[in-house]
Design a binder for this molecule. Structure first.
Ligand code: G3P
Ligand code: CA
Length: 308
């Protein structure tokens, strides 16, 4: 694992080169749920580690609590990644995020998944509560602080995990209140077509212009929806790299329609298998990679840059 020598990397030299991406810039390295291969997903510790490694963007999946707070959590329920099932054992009706208040969620301890652990040698998180479920505001606070410290923009890539207008509305409110504008490195994503279209309409009404990304488990499904139509309300698509129809020609078709293509999820932990995978998709012109191991994605990008 490699941490940047300085707290945050300067602008990457390879960004100046011409890549086969839609705009010719280097593909974005998006820390999927933070550096979630190393630390508990969706914690300030995992997001900070990703930034210290040099990731371009951090990716919070978002749910609303019972009292209307946006918190970072992949699942709609709390028991996979936290100790909710033991701490709130008597709770009727399961452990849905939507049934818990923020104050209750703040009592939970994280349970690391897969290759993640509770700490990483040589890395000390700077937040007061690095290993609890964070709110979107806390994630933004961390990003802003690290931006100031490292003099580089840190992209935010929130996903609306709940369909419907309520979460979308909160998300736009929090981002605009935090001072983000459309030209910032902000991408809003959802698997739900209506949510993305709703975000597009609301943004138009509010004079906001964050980039919108429609997610899909299959490139073929996006082709069936018509890429030109998608380009009418989104700037890009996020696609399962192992789904049907993901290919060099799909990326070329998306680019021709004016869409960027960000691939998920690069979850190979070993360099020997991870690096060839990045090389293939970056060589095809993929515009961004969602990675659990952003250090490996950055290593692959640096190696690939030498070929352009
Ligand atoms: O948002 C892109 C990717 O994260 C989608 O997968 O299930 O990890 O949110 P998931
Ligand atoms: Ca996601």
């Amino acid at each position: 694992m490699a941490l940047a020598a300085a707290s945050c990397l300067p602008v990457h030299a390879e960004r100046k080169r011409r890549w086969p991406t839609r705009d010719g810039a280097a593909p974005l390295v998006i820390a999927h749920r933070g550096a979630s291969g190393y630390l508990p997903e969706h914690t300030l510790a995992a997001y900070e580690l990703a930034v210290r490694m040099g990731a371009d963007c951090i990716e919070p999946d978002l749910h609303l609590t019972r009292d209307g707070q946006l918190v970072a959590m992949h699942d709609a329920t709390l028991e996979r990644t936290t100790d909710a099932a033991t701490r709130f054992a008597a709770r009727n009706g399961g452990w849905r995020v939507a049934d818990f208040s923020l104050e209750e969620i703040r009592q939970l301890e994280m349970r690391p998944q897969g290759t993640a652990a509770l700490s990483v040698p040589g890395f000390r998180p700077s937040s007061a509560h690095p290993l609890r479920v964070p709110t979107l505001e806390e994630i933004i606070g961390l990003a802003r602080r690290l931006e100031a410290e490292g003099a580089r923009a840190i992209g935010l890539y929130p996903e609306a995990k709940q369909a419907g207008p309520r979460l979308a509305s909160h998300l736009l409110n929090v981002l605009s209140a935090a001072g983000y504008v459309g030209s910032d490195k902000v991408f809003l994503q959802s698997f739900d077509l209506d949510t993305v279209r709703n975000l597009a309409r609301r943004q138009q009404a509010l004079g906001l212009g964050y980039r919108l990304v429609l997610l899909s488990g299959s490139a073929n499904r996006l082709l069936a929806m018509d890429l030109d139509r998608i380009a009418g309300f989104a700037s890009g698509v996020g696609v399962n790299i192992r789904g049907e129809g993901m290919s060099r020609s799909f990326i070329a078709m998306a680019h021709a329609a004016g869409l960027t293509v960000h691939g998920y999820t690069f979850n190979e932990a070993r360099a020997a298998t991870a690096l060839p995978e990045y090389r293939k998709f970056m060589g095809w012109g993929m515009d961004g990679v969602f990675s659990n191991y952003p250090d490996l994605a950055l290593q692959a990008r640096t190696a690939q840059a030498r070929l352009h």
